[in-house]
Design a protein around this ligand. Structure first.
Ligand SMILES: Cc1cc2nc3c(=O)[nH]c(=O)nc-3n(C[C@H](O)[C@H](O)[C@H](O)COP(=O)(O)OP(=O)(O)OC[C@H]3O[C@@H](n4cnc5c(N)ncnc54)[C@H](O)[C@@H]3O)c2cc1C
Length: 415
């Protein structure tokens, strides 16, 4: 591992810092939202920031220059994200589009389509969402049932998606659907991109326990999609989806939310830092935090050398998401009755009189989602077991049988 920036990386970091220093406000301690729920984020402000960022050459860092990118290695994306995380800028609207949807278009769309869609997404003028998960297909996304039928040059999509982040403010989406039920589940999928304002699409926001509504149910009722908006060949949707999901790792990126330093400060303020049971937990979190940092350095070293990080990067999310949940829960316990009050929600923080638990509140509501999004703990453990440790593979009873023969009693006939 090499912990130091190369000369190019150091120069880029300095340029990024100068841009951020000149255009954004540095975060004050305790004011970190640590959340991408999007509930209280201002879309107009986020679009303005994205436009500024794109103008300064800090958006689409890994994209080809031909589509407005900077054609830099992924390490520069990580460096910029780490620097930007120190500043109070609106985020949470563009990651899925820029990190997952447009890279999928860049790999599979026509030249004309790439030229049409990359620029507006980069400048924050158009927002994209990812329509993969369904009520019966999350971890097992290849088991999805949205029906895609072709008549002439037009496909009609019917079915339901769920957990679609940002669908309610998105202009376009990439959608995975089943075009063939007579082959094994992975082989009967086709990917499209769709205008979210198309007739037949209904978006219903889901109310979250955090109070926000960032994800949605999305219903498709015979939504017409021209064949020209197909990404990849019919039946090749799984390979296309893997390109999207590989990009997801980079898009989701590093840790979000308070760490052991912040809970230590809270405990100090509350006068409980001397508690032995708490100190033991604190020591565990500090050790894991350092372990995570070194694991991240390993990934960064691989990226810096132009290598692709291996499945071991799954370790980072398992540990970080669980640790965030533990820290948030402990902080709200420590704060006692004040743990019930979200200063961020009421706007009534009273420094000096009540402990400010805002960042822990955000983390408390956000961490369970983090343990699910981009691969649940169990699914990531399976990846580590099979691909890092070489243990026997998970049982996959439906792998080699036609989708229509999987025991779904309610599969529509002729689907
Ligand atoms: C914050 C957030 C944002 C999201 N945004 C999007 C989005 O924009 N677009 C989109 O398409 N989806 C999105 N999702 C959905 C997400 O991809 C799914 O929630 C995830 O894949 C898990 O699927 P599921 O919820 O159906 O749970 P299931 O897959 O039904 O899992 C239920 C439980 O079973 C366990 N399990 C499943 N399979 C196995 C196995 N083989 N071995 C052991 N245990 C197993 C899981 O770990 C889990 O505990 C989002 C989710 C979250 C939390």
């Amino acid at each position: 591992m090499d912990f130091n920036d190369s000369p190019d990386e150091a120069a880029f970091r300095a340029r990024a810092r100068a841009f951020l220093e000149a255009n954004a406000r540095r975060k004050s301690p305790g004011a970190r939202p640590g959340d991408s729920s999007g509930a209280d984020l201002d879309l107009a402000a986020a679009k303005a920031w994205q436009l500024k960022k794109a103008g300064a050459g800090f958006a689409g860092l890994v994209w080809p220059k031909a589509y407005g990118g900077q054609e830099l290695g992924p390490i520069f994306h990580i460096i910029y994200a780490a620097e930007e995380a120190e500043y109070d800028v609106p985020r949470g609207f563009f990651e899925i589009g820029l990190g997952m949807c447009i890279p999928t278009l860049l790999a599979f769309a026509t030249e004309e389509q790439k030229a049409r869609f990359a620029g507006p997404a980069l400048r924050g003028e158009e927002i994209w969402c990812q329509l993969f998960s369904e009520p019966a297909a999350g971890s097992d996304v290849a088991g999805l049932r949205m029906k895609a039928e072709k008549t002439g040059d037009v496909w009609h999509l019917t079915g339901q998606k769920i957990w679609t982040s940002g669908a309610h403010y998105s202009d376009y989406g990439i959608v995975l659907a089943r075009s063939n039920v007579d082959v094994a589940k992975h082989l009967g999928l086709t990917m499209f991109f769709v205008d979210m304002k198309s007739p037949g699409i209904e978006v219903r926001p889901i109310k979250q326990m955090s109070g926000g509504s960032n994800f949605n149910e999305v219903f498709f009722d015979s939504v017409a999609i021209p064949d020209t908006q197909r990404l990849g060949a019919p039946g090749q949707g799984w390979s296309v989806a893997l390109v999207t999901l590989m990009n997801e790792r980079l898009a989701i990126g590093g840790s979000t939310g308070p760490d052991y330093m912040e809970i230590m400060e809270l405990a100090r303020g509350l006068g409980v830092l001397g508690d032995h049971a708490f100190r033991q937990k604190l020591a565990d979190w500090a050790v894991r935090f350092e372990g995570l940092k070194l694991t991240r350095f390993r990934t960064m070293t691989a990226l810096s050398k132009g290598e692709v990080p291996g499945p071991e990067s799954a370790i980072g999310k398992i540990i970080a998401a669980r640790q965030l949940q533990e820290i948030a829960s402990e902080a709200l316990d420590l704060a006692g009755e004040y743990g019930l009050i979200s200063a961020g929600a009421t706007g009534s923080a009273a420094p000096g009189t009540t402990p400010d638990t805002t960042i822990f509140h955000h983390a408390f509501f956000w961490a369970p989602g983090l343990r699910i999004a981009g691969g649940t703990d169990e699914v990531l453990r399976n990846i580590i077991a099979e691909r890092v440790l070489g243990l026997p593979a998970d049982l996959r009873a439906d792998k080699d049988i036609a989708f229509r023969d999987i025991a779904f009693r309610d599969l529509p006939t002729g689907a």
